[in-house]
Design a protein around this ligand. Structure first.
Ligand code: AHR
Length: 676
């Protein structure tokens, strides 16, 4: 693949010498291939790592309705506090009564620790709300933001008083301005009257939520999702769809309607790892299906809800844990009713609830996942009646089945075969695999078979489409975020892009992790109570999502073993660690080329843009890093490694052909946009 260099005046190729091994590539810009699905690059949200309560969901109070099995978990109570269970919300009936402590120097009250503390920022407003009643007609509470450890004279730095009037339950709301920035504050409530008060659903939200909604989302985290420009949004899981037991599976019907009456669920991720154990991991369902659909609409992503197929987590259970074949009706009804909730008219049974929640227009849901990561006969036989019922009533809904937890092997093959037989529209594949898998080294191909960027080149074009629903490169012996693995994800994704005719969507996993509450790494976005950072993997995903184009363009090079044959650039032996793909962006009238150099040396490339003539200026975006390959962005240095924009002058070759010549830095991902 030696090339006589054409006279390209290139800013970034100063280091290129006549002796350099130049990798020549050819892009057929005049021949638009398969359309790139608008859903191609998306997001997968699961409530793992405190992603919902304590994460994306703006609520700052843990166990706000006293419904945790240990009713005061998250709370510290003092003085004369009584727990009652005959409250006004029948699915969340518990509440507390604060009464006189019996001496004027003593106190009654309670204190909430939030999720690893309560993060508040100086001069920002926080919406405190509570349902309250005064059994004797009137009472008063003082509500404070405190820092218990503070060396100031006072622990409290903000306070409001609320007069509670009347014996009937009423909702009270006040704004509390934080006078200090505290990442780990607490909420303290004193009874400040002689007479008692009853309190229920004690809540504190930042006023400034995403889109300013009262039951809203944490602004910075939701904005990070919007900034990704995702094409699809899969929710709510993951394993939480299944539950450790069937009764703790995610039940969407419990997550709609007024938040005060959404019953608590035990989070499946409380039960998974005893070495990353969080006894207080529950789901308030405050971030429920309505909020998920609304978020999808806000960020322009197709919603892809996943529902239970009647199987509890297959990893954690034997066969008797699942719903029997003759017990599937409520699960099937959940699917049909969800479609009506999302798409039905505002006067239909479930559409009415959507309308009452403030969204009379349909959400236009098009996809439904049935089962998360299920496998074998227990899945296949259960899926069948679901498919029949959904097809019969909603033939346009695209059904997403699954090939199970493995990306290859007997069970995976069996899963695909069954999905083809049942005519699933898409098959959800999951692969958390090491570096070698993503690079498709010889050893990995021997061990795993079909892996790396060429994986989808051989897929059947007539069967269901692929949804790469959960994937991430897990460093061997280093299962956490680092630059190197993110770069390999970028390399692998050239294969998704090239195969956009069979891969309809792909979502990295998991999405979110609280630094104080994670169970699983690596993750795409990390945060504490006030700060967040986007991992390098986030930027890789974003570079693809924002440059997905509209049509695949063929990008090839001469086969290193047979110069007469053209092959994709996918890191094969002789490619010096290069991966590349190209798309046309019809709307912008631009050709987009992505090149990933996974080698430790810069690589010279010369890309012939067939169908284009004359010089051009390419806009470039480069993700590269000169430090350790184990580095990653952090809360303290959130922008240590981010893509950088630049330009590159393309020259001309024979017959004025536009030629993009570059020296791609070692271990770097560079994309180019060139006007056609
Ligand atoms: O993303 C974490 C978990 O990985 C998901 O819940 C599950 O589907 C997979 O095993």
């Amino acid at each position: 693949m030696k090339l006589k260099l054409f006279s390209c005046a290139l800013a970034l190729t100063a280091a290129l010498t006549a002796q350099a091994q130049t990798h020549v590539m050819d892009v057929k810009t005049q021949k638009a291939g398969a359309a790139v699905p608008s859903t191609m690059y998306g997001l997968f949200f699961e409530d793992i790592n405190f992603a919902a309560d304590g994460g994306l969901y703006g609520e700052l109070v843990k166990n706000r309705s006293f419904e945790f099995p240990q009713h005061f978990m998250g709370w510290r109570v003092f003085g004369n506090v009584e727990l009652k269970d005959d409250g006004l919300f029948e699915r969340c009936p518990h509440y507390v009564v604060l009464s006189d402590p019996g001496h004027k120097e003593r106190r009654t009250g309670l204190q909430n620790e939030g999720f690893f503390g309560i993060g508040v920022e100086k001069d920002k407003d926080y919406r405190f709300s509570v349902w309250a009643r005064a059994p004797k007609g009137s009472s008063q509470i003082r509500v404070q933001l405190i820092n218990e450890q503070a060396m100031y004279e006072r622990q409290n730095f903000s306070e409001v008083k609320i007069d509670v009037k009347g014996t009937e339950w009423k909702r009270y709301e006040v704004m509390i301005k934080a006078t200090r920035t505290e990442p780990k504050a607490q909420l303290r409530i004193f009874l400040s009257s002689k007479d008692p008060v009853a309190l229920e659903h004690v809540s504190l939200f930042p006023k400034d939520t995403y889109k300013g909604r009262e039951n809203g989302l944490r602004n910075d985290l939701a904005q990070a999702l919007a900034d990704m420009h995702p094409g699809v949004f899969r929710f709510p899981g993951g394993c939480i769809v299944e539950g450790t037991t069937l009764d703790t599976r995610y039940q969407w019907k419990n997550t709609i309607g007024r938040v005060e009456n959404r019953p608590l669920n035990r989070n499946r991720w409380e039960d998974t790892f005893d070495y990353r154990y969080f006894a207080d991991y529950y789901q308030s369902y405050g971030l429920g299906f309505f909020e998920f659909f609304q978020l999808c609409e806000d960020i322009g992503a197709e919603p892809l809800p996943v529902l239970s197929v009647g199987l509890a987590c297959q990893f954690q259970n034997g066969l008797d844990a699942h719903a029997k074949m003759d017990e599937l009706k409520p699960f099937i009804d959940d699917c049909l009713d969800l479609i009506e909730f999302a798409n039905g008219p505002a006067d239909s049974q479930w559409g009415k609830i959507r309308a009452e929640m403030g969204h009379p227009e349909p959400f236009n849901m098009k996809y439904l996942g049935i089962g998360n990561e299920q496998w074998d006969t227990p899945y296949f036989e259960r899926l069948k009646p679901f498919v029949e019922a959904v097809r019969a009533k909603y033939p346009k809904i695209k059904i997403v089945g699954t090939s199970g937890p493995d990306s290859e092997g007997k069970m995976f093959e069996k899963g695909w075969k069954a999905m083809k037989e049942q005519k699933a529209d898409l098959v959800d594949e999951h692969f958390y695999r090491p570096e070698a898998w993503f690079l498709a080294t010889d050893e990995a191909r021997q061990r795993y078979g079909n892996c790396g960027a060429l994986r989808y080149d051989s897929y059947d074009r007539k069967g269901p489409k692929v949804f790469a629903g959960e994937y991430a490169c897990h460093g061997k012996g280093k299962k956490w975020n680092h630059y190197e693995t993110s770069l390999y994800e970028a390399a692998f994704m050239t294969g998704l892009e090239r195969n956009a005719d069979v891969v309809e969507m792909a979502t990295y996993a998991p999405l979110f992790a609280h630094v104080d509450g994670w169970q699983w790494r690596p993750d795409m976005i990390w945060y504490d109570n006030l700060r967040m950072f986007k991992s390098v993997s986030y930027y890789v995903q974003q570079m693809y999502a924002m440059n997905k184009g509209t049509h695949v363009l063929q990008l090839t090079t001469a086969d290193p073993n047979n110069a007469k044959k053209q092959v994709p650039v996918a890191g094969q032996n002789g490619m010096d660690g290069l991966f590349a793909s190209s798309v046309l962006d019809n709307a912008a009238g631009e050709v987009v080329i992505k090149v990933v150099n996974t080698s430790s040396q810069p690589q010279a490339v010369s890309i012939n843009l067939h169908g284009m003539k004359g010089e051009r200026t390419a806009q470039t975006l480069t993700l590269s890093w000169n430090g350790s390959m184990d580095d990653e962005n952090t809360l303290d240095e959130p922008e240590k490694i981010v893509p950088k924009a630049g330009t590159l002058q393309c020259g001309v070759g024979a017959k004025q052909l536009t030629v993009l010549t570059d020296n791609v830095p070692a271990m770097a991902f560079r994309l180019y946009r060139v006007k056609k």
